[in-house]
Ligand binder design. Structure first.
Ligand code: UDP
Length: 254
C-alpha cells in the first residue's frame, strides 16, 4: 500500500499530505514530551483519545461560529484538516494561575486570576517558546495587529465557550494553548483555529477535587495519565465506541 507523503513530524502528531490539494491528514501519536523536550514518554492510547476529543471540541466551536481548520475525523488516529500557514505564535489563555505564570510572577497555584489573561509565546523549540509581547509579534512580522486582534477575540470566545462546556461536565478549564493559521481562499485570507484542543495543551481540573485531568499528570509523574484523558472523554460523552480495547493495537494507514 502506498504510504502518503509525510509533510512534518511534531512531538505528538504527524502531518501527511491530504487526499485533495489544500488538505492535510493529522495523525495523533501516543508520544508525550514536556519541559521543552527534556522529558519524553509514550502514553498508550493517548493519540486515539486526543483525536476524538479535538474532533469534538473543534466541531462544537465551529457550531458557535469559530472558524477552524478541522474537516472531519477519518479513523481512530487521523483527521482531515485544511492546510493553513501556521502563525508562529502560541496563544495561551489563563483563568486560574498554574504552571509558568506561578513561577514567573510568584502567584500561588490555583489562585483565580482577576480576569482571563491572554499571553503570546513565540513558537520556537530552540528558544523554548519564550513569552513575548504584542510588540514583538508585530515588529518581527509574525502576525499583523489585525491578525492579533482576530486571534485575541477568537481565543476569548473559545475560552468562554469551552469554560462553560467543561463546567457542565464537572471540569474547570484552568488554562489552555491555541494555535492559529492563515487560510487562503483565492486572494482572501482568514485566520482560523488550527492544531488541536486536547488535554495535552489544556489544564483541566476536576471541579470537586481539583485533581489534574491533563498532561500535568505526565509532567509531574502523577500516574493514570490515559485514564484521566479517558475520563475527560467519558464526561464529554464521547468515549470511543468500543471502549478502551479500541485504543490498542496497530492502526492501518490508508
Ligand atoms: N502549553 C502547551 N504547549 C506549550 C506550552 C504550554 O500546550 O508549548 C499549554 C499547557 O499545557 C498549559 C498552558 O499552555 O495548559 C499554559 O502553560 P504554561 O505557560 O503554564 O507552561 P507549562 O507550565 O505547561 O510549561
Amino acid at each position: 500500500m502506498a504510504r502518503r507523503r509525510q509533510i512534518y513530524e511534531g512531538k505528538a502528531k504527524v502531518l501527511f499530505e491530504g487526499p485533495e490539494p489544500g488538505t492535510l491528514v493529522q495523525y495523533f501519536k501516543d508520544d508525550a514530551t514536556a519541559f521543552n523536550n527534556q522529558k519524553r514518554g509514550v502514553i498508550t492510547g493517548k493519540g486515539v483519545l486526543n483525536n476524538r476529543i479535538s474532533e469534538y471540541l473543534m466541531t462544537r466551536l465551529a457550531e458557535v461560529g469559530v472558524p477552524t481548520h478541522f474537516v472531519r475525523r477519518l479513523n481512530m488516529r487521523e483527521q482531515l484538516v485544511r492546510e493553513v500557514e501556521i502563525i508562529p505564535v502560541e496563544v495561551v489563555v489563563r483563568n486560574i494561575a498554574a504552571g509558568s505564570i506561578c513561577k514567573r510572577l510568584g502567584i500561588a497555584e490555583a489562585t483565580p486570576l482577576p480576569r482571563s489573561i491572554v499571553e503570546y509565546y513565540y513558537k520556537n523549540d530552540e528558544l523554548g517558546d519564550p513569552l513575548v509581547a504584542e510588540e514583538h509579534v508585530t515588529a518581527f512580522g509574525w502576525a499583523t495587529p489585525q491578525d492579533l486582534d482576530d486571534m485575541m477575540a477568537m481565543a476569548l470566545r473559545v475560552n468562554d465557550f469551552l469554560s462553560g462546556l467543561f463546567l457542565g461536565v464537572g471540569i474547570r478549564l484552568v488554562d489552555f494553548k491555541l494555535e492559529f493559521g492563515r487560510l487562503w481562499n483565492d486572494e482572501e485570507m482568514r485566520i482560523v483555529l488550527a492544531d488541536e484542543i486536547t488535554p495535552d495543551g489544556c489544564r483541566l481540573w476536576d471541579i470537586e477535587t481539583n485533581e489534574s485531568m491533563d498532561k500535568d499528570r505526565f509532567r509531574r509523574d502523577l500516574g493514570n495519565v490515559v485514564e484521566a484523558y479517558q475520563e475527560v472523554a467519558r464526561r464529554l460523552g464521547i468515549m470511543p465506541e468500543a471502549g478502551p480495547r479500541d485504543m490498542k493495537g496497530p492502526v492501518t494507514l490508508q
